[in-house]
Design a protein around this ligand. Sequence first.
Ligand code: FAD
Length: 616
Amino acid sequence: MPRPLRERRPRCDSVRRDGFGGLRAASKETRTTSFSAGRQQVLDRVRARPETSVLIVGGGVNGAGLFREIALQGVDALLIDKSDFCAGASAASSRMIHGGLRYLEFGEFKLVRESLRERNLLLRNAPHGVAPLRTTIPIFSRFSGVLSCVRRFLGLGGERPPNRGALMVKVGLTFYDFFTRKDRLTPRHRFLSRAELLARRPHLNPNVIGAAVYYDAWITYPERLCLELLMDGEALCPEARAVNYVSLAGVEGDSVSLRDEATGRVFQVRPRIVVNAAGAWVDIANRALGRETAFIGGTKGAHLVIDNEDLLESTQGEMVYYENPDGRVAIVFPWLGKVLAGSTDIPIDDPDQARCEEEEVDYILESVHRIFPGVAVERSQIVSRFSGVRPLPRSDAAQPGQVSRDHECRVTEPTDEVPFPVYSLIGGKWTTFRAFAEQVADRVLERLGRERRASSEGLAIGGGKDFHRTDEARGEWLARLRQETGLAEARLSTLLERYGSRAEEMAAFCADGPDSALRHHAGYSAREIEWVVRCERALHLDDLVLRRTAMALLGELTHDLAEELASIMADVHSWSPERTRDEVRRAAELLRDRCGIDLAPQAARQDDRGRPPTKT
Ligand SMILES: Cc1cc2nc3c(=O)[nH]c(=O)nc-3n(C[C@H](O)[C@H](O)[C@H](O)COP(=O)(O)OP(=O)(O)OC[C@H]3O[C@@H](n4cnc5c(N)ncnc54)[C@H](O)[C@@H]3O)c2cc1C
């Protein structure tokens, strides 16, 4: 049986020397910000006490945000996800934390105002994971789009989103600045002349007449931030529990049957309220709850991660936010040394079938070529691709881009057969999850006859607690930790970037036993991986490479690395050699199918620049 983390963290006053980080000393006891129990312990507790005030179905950002929100009010909740936490749309986003400039064209001022407010709250509460992002909008005309926008405002319709000219962009950004005037965390917008723009970005389409520059924000690891919401929820309320790989199996009287996807075992829980936060699967989950609904009209969106130095250079460390000829907005921006490009917007019925198809790859590559014709992007430079389904409300809109990105909660009242209400969460954006959670929590509290105890407005998320924002504070933190743990400063900086203030706990764990860099990835150590697996409920190898780390999406994963990681997981989870091999096989299949990554075990598949292989 794996030993719990605390047992593996003996106090030790001696200073040792090792091959990873030089001098090391055991640190003083640090606060625990991770899941305090393992997945199996959580399941055992649920079986021992099947009553729960709220059952939340779905561990994407909307489910996780609500989980934390109601845990903050002292309400016990059980959150389940049929897959891993944050494996749906919440992992497939464009990684923008934004007001939604485009939504202004549809008169969605309330949504934009709320989004900008939430963007600013995230910049404050999750400084380790959300950062300001300078964004450039290349402009190709002065007045286009105005007429069609006016038609839309007058309710006369509009076949496709307008081509946005300088005037439209100016009006939108003026609203942006107006909405944030009392809480300005980022500079106001400004315009660049064509000459200024092309001097900075010589590869840009020369037909531009200028550009607007403004600020939004971006999120480095959405998967990790979502996980931190769940960890915070459990820490806030001892009766709050979140468990992955558990799905809905049906309803029997006042009980909901759940299936442990790891063992196939079915067990019952008795909730007073069910919140259906299953994203694009809301209607499917409602069916399993004995309710027929048609709330969702999901659209699929895909992104590519591209390894091309010229393209990376052309982004100038900023987002380029532009428009395709079909009116769909697109993004290109630097992400951890690669370039993220996307996205598509295609109606889809079955969310389980969402893949980034070859036509979507063509569409995105053409779009990148159109905006940066001076950069040659090869298909072989795509290191990964990913796709997700936006849980949009069912709509008659002519274009997917015209469907509102606002959120709503629909309540299905109890019946004789299903004696609890079901709250279905529809739509929303990553950016607005907290506001959505707050609104739903208030309705849940009212139904439970409970009072709101606290607001999450100023509540830091995970490693955002006590995060050092200034260079000076960060320097002091690094010096102290270097002294306490003996880890090298560069290594501590990396941990700080990945885990925020939770890096302290991580560094202490790394320092408390023999550690070394992974053989096949110098940027991670064996104990770091062990800590992540132990403390963050990673059940499968793909959880580790796709959602606890960004290794797979960044194109860093090779077959050898997958085997090395699986052997660390095998030690933690006591896997047999056969199970360990199965995990590598499972991850390889999933990555090929969903992310276009080929983990074929021949070293010879490395291309001439030594990069890991990708499917082309
Ligand atoms: C391509 C794309 C780009 C986007 N870009 C942005 C952006 O830049 N900025 C922004 O703010 N927003 C963006 N969004 C929107 C945002 O990502 C989503 O609105 C948000 O993540 C939805 O979260 P969710 O929790 O409702 O759904 P999901 O994240 O899909 O979570 C639903 C979860 O429910 C689970 N589930 C389903 N059925 C069951 C069941 N029967 N039992 C148990 N669990 C179940 C699933 O496994 C899944 O984990 C984007 C979305 C997409 C798809």
